[in-house]
Design a protein around this ligand. Structure first.
Ligand SMILES: Nc1ncnc2c1ncn2[C@@H]1O[C@H](COP(=O)(O)OP(=O)(O)OP(=O)(O)O)[C@@H](O)[C@H]1O
Length: 334
């Protein structure tokens, strides 16, 4: 059985447009996440990563226009509102945000906060919810005797992030969305948290979407990686192929920004003013203005296609010969 047949989360042709915005934040995004699988979603700031997660949770502003389909098992989430949405959010689909300390209530003991979440979603007594909270803290390798009665400010950032994971998973969700879950932590703690999350996903047969601007971070913990640029999927592939043989020039540029052991980042992402980056005309590749391999035919919008092991939206992927007379960044689409 393929992962698509087992998909717990299935997104088809997702489009998101914020009110008053000239271009969609997300367009035609499709992917599935199978049970026990981690999909990493990479892209620089503004590429639409968080918007996809918020759409799945029904947390976009009400005037944002959402088209396409987000299915959790048999349940369609697009258009779901009110009580039916709340029954799913937190219960079947859980979210771990970046700012764990601020996401916790500063004036309530941690144990009380976990118990409240459990009681909001699951039947049972307060004592049963308490026992479930203790088990959830054990699962994230925290000492419940110490943590249950503590206030968030008495815990370190890494412990707060583990509390958030315990809380998110305490209601036995099928799908977990983690948006830059380690960005606020020291580098040394980041890997521990991600490895823990990865283990919990595998041992519980969950489906997970990990969001990060850092392809290196995702490479350590994902099965597959999807690269987004300005709301559009540029490449999807198995993690090994993405890291060692990226096909889209933008995937390569993201990889070049990954810090290497014992060295600095190879380079930072080239800053290009929005007006230079080529407005979305609906016509050509929206990365062409930044792309070193851009050629005349990039004026036509590329479809996703299979190149070697990955699905790539590019007319001149790195695994194929460079186009004759590439214009380099700015000449195309101007
Ligand atoms: N509530 C909103 N109203 C209007 N525009 C928004 C809103 N939220 C996001 N956007 C716009 O949608 C686009 C995608 O934003 P999004 O936050 O999804 O990107 P991201 O890749 O998650 O970025 P970051 O890594 O900075 O969180 C951006 O152009 C952003 O400005």
């Amino acid at each position: 059985m393929t992962s698509a047949e087992q998909a717990a989360l299935e997104i088809r042709d997702l489009g998101i447009r914020f009110a008053g915005s000239p271009e969609p934040a997300v367009r035609n995004v499709s992917f599935t996440v199978g049970r026990g699988e981690v999909l990493g979603v990479a892209g620089e700031s503004g590429s639409g990563k968080s918007s996809i997660a918020l759409a799945a949770l029904g947390l976009l502003p009400p005037d944002a226009e959402v088209t396409g389909s987000i299915r959790l098992g048999d349940q369609e989430l697009v258009g779901l509102r009110g009580r039916r949405l709340r029954a799913i959010r937190g219960r079947r689909i859980a979210m771990i945000f970046q700012e764990s300390v601020s996401a916790l209530h500063p004036m309530r003991r941690v144990g009380d906060q976990i118990v409240r979440v459990i009681r909001a979603h699951l039947p049972g007594s307060r004592a049963e919810a308490g026992a479930r909270a203790v088990a959830a803290l054990h699962d994230v390798r925290l000492d419940p005797d110490r943590v249950m009665g503590s206030y968030p400010h008495q815990l370190s950032g890494g412990m707060c992030q583990r509390v958030m994971i315990a809380m998110a998973l305490s209601c036995e969700a099928d799908v977990v969305l983690a948006d830059e879950p380690t960005t606020a932590l020291d580098v040394s703690l980041q890997k521990d948290i991600l490895v823990l999350l990865r283990e919990l996903v595998a041992s519980r047969g969950l489906s997970a979407v990990f969001i990060s601007h850092d392809l290196g971070v995702l490479g350590d913990v994902s099965d597959r990686v999807m690269v987004l640029y300005r709301g559009e999927v540029k490449e999807v592939g198995a993690v090994d192929a993405m890291l060692s043989r990226p096909q889209h020039p933008y995937s390569q540029a993201l990889l070049d920004c990954v810090p290497r052991l014992g060295g600095d980042r190879l380079r930072t992402f080239p800053e290009i003013a929005a007006d230079q980056a080529g407005g979305w005309t609906g016509g050509g590749c929206n990365y062409a203005a930044r792309c070193p391999r851009a050629a005349d035919d990039c004026r036509e919008h590329p479809d996703l296609r299979v190149v070697q092991e990955s699905l790539v939206r590019c007319r001149h992927p790195l695994g194929e010969a460079a186009p004759a007379g590439s214009a380099g960044r700015t000449e195309v689409l101007r």
